[in-house]
Write a protein that binds this ligand. Structure first.
Ligand code: DAH
Length: 328
């Protein structure tokens, strides 16, 4: 027995523990519940006389303590190493910098238009991009046979009832006028969708700004003055031309051009709101009149920033986007 114990002691001492796996093998070998060498010795104690049991009990207990000590020593050494790894982290290394982005050119123009109109008492509102036929077409005097309703132009989400992606922001006029009583001055900016071939000048989606003003005795000169104010806020004193045009929801209607770098550039549509449109939303056209205008944000940005291709707005190329500063 004594020799056997001496051998076990040696074995405990010489067992090489390098990894946590070794440690587990070591623990199971000596203290495993069923076949651990020390565990079995404890079990065998029951078989010897009480007198001897006391002596061997102490000896086996010492063996157990040696095993436990060795486990403790390994654990404490490796915990120190773990802590050392944590300490190797150098807090003086400069942090990773997070670049501050810039405002998208279309957002810059949008914010600028909102600023310009808030100054003259306009209220900013949003409208839904998913519209029904009545708000997008019928209430705006756009009859069934009008080409803009064509399957080629409009993205229909469902037919009968007709639900579609709005083709212009003029639908916001109808939504707002139905809910509010005049007088009001309203501006709205948002995405519109048309089933057009993507090219340097057109896209299936673009942004429009829509403005309208309704009160008693609003006249065409109010419209001209407002457009003049908008254009000069952007371009300074430039030549402005009102060209007679046609929109189903305004009468008379005009397109507005500015003279820029030796050529006339069309920038927006406008007109006096057709009395029938007012009647469609239960506004008495004998008492009230109003004007409306609509312009494309991408187009305006093309002129201001002298950009040749509208697709670049949506390429998400950071080299393009970071050039714009909101300096207006
Ligand atoms: N809705 C027109 C379009 O998408 C733009 C427009 C023209 C809006 C004249 C207006 C307006 O409010 O008076 O082409």
């Amino acid at each position: 027995m004594d020799k056997e114990i001496e051998n076990i002691k040696k074995e405990i001492k010489c067992f090489h523990i390098k990894t946590y796996n070794d440690l587990e093998t070591f623990r199971i070998k000596f203290l495993g519940k069923k076949k651990g060498i020390v565990t079995i010795l404890f079990k065998e104690l029951k078989k010897i006389t009480i007198c001897k049991r006391k002596i061997y009990g102490k000896i086996i207990n010492d063996l157990k303590k040696e095993v436990q000590n060795k486990i403790k020593i390994f654990n404490s050494k490796n915990d120190i190493q773990k802590n050392e790894k944590v300490l190797k982290l150098d807090p003086t290394i400069p942090g990773k910098s997070i670049e501050i982005g810039s405002i998208h050119p279309l957002s810059i123009i949008r914010n600028r238009i909102i600023d310009i109109f808030i100054k003259i008492g306009f209220t900013y509102v949003d409208g839904p991009e998913i519209e029904d036929d009545w708000h997008n077409f019928t209430a705006l005097n756009i009859p069934i046979f009008h080409p803009s309703r064509d399957m080629q132009d409009t993205f229909f989400l469902c037919k009968n009832p007709d639900i579609l992606l709005r083709t212009h922001t003029s639908s916001v006029q109808i939504r707002y006028m139905k809910k509010h009583s005049p007088p009001f001055r309203v501006l709205s900016i948002g995405k519109v969708y048309r089933n057009e071939t993507i090219s340097s000048r057109s896209n299936f989606m673009f942004h429009q700004a829509e403005g309208f003003y309704i009160d008693q005795k609003v006249s065409f000169s109010d419209l001209k003055q407002t457009i003049h104010y908008l254009i000069t806020s952007f371009f300074g004193e430039v030549k402005i031309r009102f060209r007679p045009s046609y929109f189903p929801f305004t009468e008379p209607s005009a397109e507005v051009d500015i003279y820029c770098n030796g050529e006339w550039l069309e920038i927006m549509g406008c007109g006096m709101i057709d009395p029938q449109v007012l009647e469609n939303v239960n506004i008495d056209s004998e008492i009230y009149s109003g004007f409306a205008f609509g312009l494309g944000i991408e187009r305006l940005a093309l002129i201001i920033y002298q950009i040749k291709d509208i697709r670049i707005y949506f390429d998400n190329d950071i080299r393009f986007l970071r050039q714009f500063k909101s300096e207006f």
